[in-house]
Ligand binder design. Structure first.
Ligand code: CP
Ligand code: NVA
Length: 303
C-alpha cells in the first residue's frame, strides 16, 4: 500500500489485510509484545483541526512501533502562512518517512501524495475519515466475528464519516443504509461508487426506515469541524429526527451494535441511554484507532 488517501483508494483486499494486521498487532500488545516494525522511522503528524484520539493514537502507535512521531501544528508551520502544499510536500519528503495529515480539503492530502515522495495518511478531511472507519470495521469484526452479510446503518449528516463508512461497508461485503436529511447527502463521488452495489445501498430520509434489521448503527455530530457557523441552521434540520435513541433501536436486531467516532454530543445525535448502553463497543472502537493505525503505518511505511 503506497498511501491511505480515502477508503475509495483502498482495494477490498488491502482493507482486509489492514484489519488482519491490526488484529495481530493488537494481540501482540495484549501479550506485552511490541515489535519494532518501524525502527528508526520518523512520521510527521500535521494538524489543521483539533484532535484527541487521532493525535494520541498516532503518537503512541508510532512509539510502540519503534518510530518517532513529530507533532506539527499547522498554525505554527509555514503552510499556515500560505506556503504551497507542493513545496511543503517536497521539503518534508527530505526529512520524514511518512506524513499523517488532518485538514479541510481532500485535494491537499492528494497534493501531498502527488508532489511528495513519501507515504501520506489521511487523518480526516471534510471528505473522508478512513483511519476511523478501519478502526470501526475492526471493532465490528471483533464483536460479530464477520463483516460480510451484516447491515450497517448511518443516521445523520452525509459527512466524512458517512462517506467513508459507506465505501468501507460495501467493500467488505456489508450492506449500507443511511438516513440523511435533504440537502445533507453523502458526497456524489461515494454515491457514484456505490451504484455498482445495487440494492446493497439504501439512501433514505427516515431514520426509522434505515434502522430496520440493523446489525450496527453509527452516527456523528450534526455540524463537523469547520461547520461551526452552520450549527444553528443544522440543529433546526436535524433536531428531533436524526438521533440514535431507544425508539430507533427498536427497529434494529436485538444484538445490534452502536458505534460513534467521538466526540459525541449526548442529547443531539445520540441519547445518553443508548450511548451508555453501548459504551463498551464505543470505547473498544476508540481503542482500535491505535491498533488499526499501527497497521496502516506498517503497511505504508514498512513494507
Ligand atoms: N474520532 C476522532 O477522529 O477523534 P479526534 O477528533 O479526537 O481525533
Ligand atoms: N465529522 C466529524 C468527525 C470528527 C472525528 C468532524 O469532521 O468534525
Amino acid at each position: 500500500m503506497e498511501h491511505l488517501l480515502s477508503m475509495l483508494t483502498m482495494s477490498d483486499q488491502e482493507i482486509i489485510d489492514v484489519l488482519d494486521l491490526a488484529d495481530k498487532i493488537k494481540a501482540e500488545v495484549k501479550q506485552g509484545v511490541f515489535k519494532p516494525y518501524l525502527k528508526n522511522k520518523t512520521i510527521g503528524l500535521i494538524f489543521q483541526k483539533a484532535s484527541t484520539r487521532t493525535r494520541v493514537s498516532f503518537e503512541v502507535g508510532a512509539v510502540q512501533l519503534g518510530a518517532y512521531p513529530l507533532h506539527l501544528d499547522a498554525s505554527t508551520m509555514q503552510i499556515g502562512r500560505g506556503e504551497p502544499i507542493q513545496d511543503t510536500a517536497r521539503v518534508l519528503s527530505r526529512y520524514l518517512d511518512g506524513i499523517m495529515i488532518r485538514t479541510y480539503a481532500q485535494k491537499d492530502v492528494e497534493d501531498l501524495a502527488k508532489y511528495g515522495s513519501i507515504p501520506i495518511i489521511n487523518g480526516l478531511t471534510d471528505f473522508a475519515h478512513p483511519c476511523q472507519v478501519l478502526a470501526d470495521l475492526q471493532t465490528i469484526r471483533g464483536h460479530k466475528g464477520k463483516l460480510a452479510g451484516l447491515k450497517m446503518v448511518f443516521i445523520g449528516d452525509g459527512n466524512n464519516m458517512c462517506n467513508s463508512l459507506m465505501v468501507g461497508a460495501l467493500k467488505t461485503g456489508m450492506s449500507f443504509a443511511c438516513a440523511c436529511p435533504e440537502g445533507y447527502l453523502p458526497d456524489p463521488a461515494c454515491l457514484e461508487f456505490a451504484k455498482a452495489y445495487g440494492d446493497k445501498l439504501q439512501l433514505v430520509t427516515d431514520p426509522m426506515e434505515a434502522a430496520k434489521d440493523a446489525d450496527v448503527i453509527l452516527t456523528d455530530v450534526w455540524a463537523s469541524m469547520g461547520e461551526e457557523g452552520e450549527a444553528e441552521a443544522r440543529r433546526k434540520v436535524f433536531e428531533g429526527v436524526y438521533q440514535v435513541n431507544d425508539a430507533l433501536m427498536q427497529q434494529a436486531h436485538s444484538d445490534c451494535m452502536v458505534l460513534h467516532c467521538l466526540p459525541a454530543h449526548r442529547g443531539e445525535e445520540i441519547t445518553e441511554s443508548v450511548f451508555e448502553a453501548h459504551a463498551d463497543e464505543i470505547f473498544d472502537e476508540a481503542e482500535n484507532r491505535l491498533h488499526a493505525q499501527k497497521a496502516v503505518m506498517v503497511k505504508v511505511m514498512g513494507e
